[in-house]
Each structure stands twice: as C-alpha cells, then as structure tokens.
Write a protein that binds this ligand. Sequence first.
Ligand SMILES: NC(=O)c1ccc[n+]([C@@H]2O[C@H](COP(=O)([O-])OP(=O)(O)OC[C@H]3O[C@@H](n4cnc5c(N)ncnc54)[C@H](O)[C@@H]3O)[C@@H](O)[C@H]2O)c1
Length: 277
Amino acid sequence: MTPKLGGKVALITGSGRGIGRAIALKLASEGARIVVNDLDEAPAQETVQAIRAAGGEAVACVGSVSAPDFAERFVGTAVNEYKGLDIVVNNAGYTWDNVIQKMTDEQWYAMLDCHLTAPFRILRAAQPVLRALVKAEQESGVLNYRKVVNISSIAGLGGNAGQANYAAAKAGVTGLTKALSKEWGRLNVNVNTVAFGLIHTRLTEATADANAQITVAGRDIKVGVNPGLMKAMEVQIPLGRGGTPEEAAGAVYLFCTPESNYISGQTIVCGGGFTLA
Ligand SMILES: NC(=O)c1ccc[n+]([C@@H]2O[C@H](COP(=O)([O-])OP(=O)(O)OC[C@H]3O[C@@H](n4cnc5c(N)ncnc54)[C@H](O)[C@@H]3O)[C@@H](O)[C@H]2O)c1
C-alpha cells in the first residue's frame, strides 16, 4: 500500500518523549521524513534511531523551542536536510502549576514562551520557505496541501485551577491556529489544533512520589499526578480511561492526511469524550 505521507517533510517539536515521539513514529511509518526536536539530546536521538531502525528517515534538531534562535535553526534543518517543509506539529511542552497568588512572572512567561511564542516563531520562520515552495509548485501546476497541527489542551478550552499560565497559553494556541488558517489558506496550508484530555505520559504519570520532577532550562519542576487524583479523573472520562500516546498521535495524524485537506482553523478534542468546556 502507498504510504499516506510518502516524501513529506514533518517537523515535530518535543518528539523525544510521550505524545511527540508517538507522532514522529506514526508519521514516519506513513513515509514522512522527520525533523525530531527535544530539549534533551538523548531522547531526541533515541527517536531518530527508532525511526531509522524501522526503515524511516529522521534527523535531530536538539534545543529548547523557547530559545530565540531556535525557529530558524529548526526550519533550516528541514530545508538543509530534506529540501522541503510539509508538516509542522507544535507539540513541545510541560506544565508549571501554581495558584495565581503564588505564580511568579517567571512561571507565567515560561508557559507563554514555550506553548505560544515558540509556535508563533516557528511558523513565522516557516512562512518564506512555504511561500517559495508553493510559488514553484503553482508555476508548475502542482496542487499540494501542507499541514500545521498545534497542540493544545482541554485546560486551554475550559480552564483548570492552578494552571492560569498553561491554560492561557493553550487558549492562545487556538487563536494562533484560527488566524493562520485565514492567512495561509492562499498557500494551501491547513492549520488546525488538537486539544488533548488525559493522555498517559511523563507529564501526567500517576506517581505516589510528591518529589517527581523534570528539569527544564536548569529549573526543577514538579510533574506527575497523585494516583488517587488520577483514578478520580479517569472516572469522569466517558471512555473510562486516559489515552495512550499512540491514540493521541492518531488524532494529529488525521490532520496530516489528504483526507483533511478541506478542514482548517478547527480544534478537535482527543480526550475519550471528556471536555472541560
Ligand atoms: N499528557 C497529557 O495528558 C496532555 C494533555 C493536554 C495537552 N498535552 C500537551 O501535549 C504536549 C506533549 O506532552 P506530553 O504529555 O507528551 O509530555 P512529555 O513530558 O511526555 O513529552 C514532552 C516532551 O517535550 C519536551 N520539551 C519540553 N519543553 C521543551 C522545550 N522548551 N523545547 C523542546 N522540547 C521540550 C520534553 O523534553 C519532552 O520530551 C504538550 O504540549 C502538552 O502540554 C498533554
């Protein structure tokens, strides 16, 4: 069977672990060549190796999406390595929770920088490349659809106590999607959002360890969900459980296929039927 994404070039942020990794493996399994990104070198290289071991093509562009020079480097990697740019998935992210009276400016801006400013910069850097590719295709009579999938959360649609920073950034993602879907229609780019509910990853791992943490930009940040709270959350999900990274990747994949060529500016919730809105 012909792979659905044969020859496409896909850039996926935060694809060293969790949902991003599953998206990278899924798109690669359908023939896309992947630019893998992660903050951490080892997991980024591991994803690259997993794709290559399965017969696919991938290259890593390691670094924080929040770094001011990252967007140019990321887009440049796709152009230098694969001479193309067809799919961008803005997935990298983490949470840094606190109630508003205790939330520092650093916490606030860290979430806006990572979840909203970074996708903005990546898409801004991609525009001249897309425009040139589309112009050349149009001149030779080729109609080709490209895809942007921005990752949001049910917290960005319905809010979540303790996540004013994250919810605001993730709500902004849907605004960015809608504006760009209007701006880039003329370039035949479909721009959509996938908002996840509870997906089992490091971010939401059920852990009895109150000290579970990740390190982002030299800061240790608490992660994980208390097992009791996890059970209570799962009870509220109509499908009765959290999702897997592979199921989450499936939702993103839908927006990358030719079958979604006439869908743009939309948000789908991948949450087993649960929404906060
Ligand atoms: N897991 C969930 O339930 C859930 C729910 C809603 C939304 N999301 C969103 O899905 C996305 C993926 O999360 P996940 O659950 O797979 O988490 P994860 O921690 O398993 O994976 C996220 C990856 O992104 C990387 N990353 C974090 N900050 C980065 C940065 N500044 N630059 C580059 N890479 C960075 C991490 O190193 C990690 O490998 C995030 O945007 C998250 O907000 C997840």
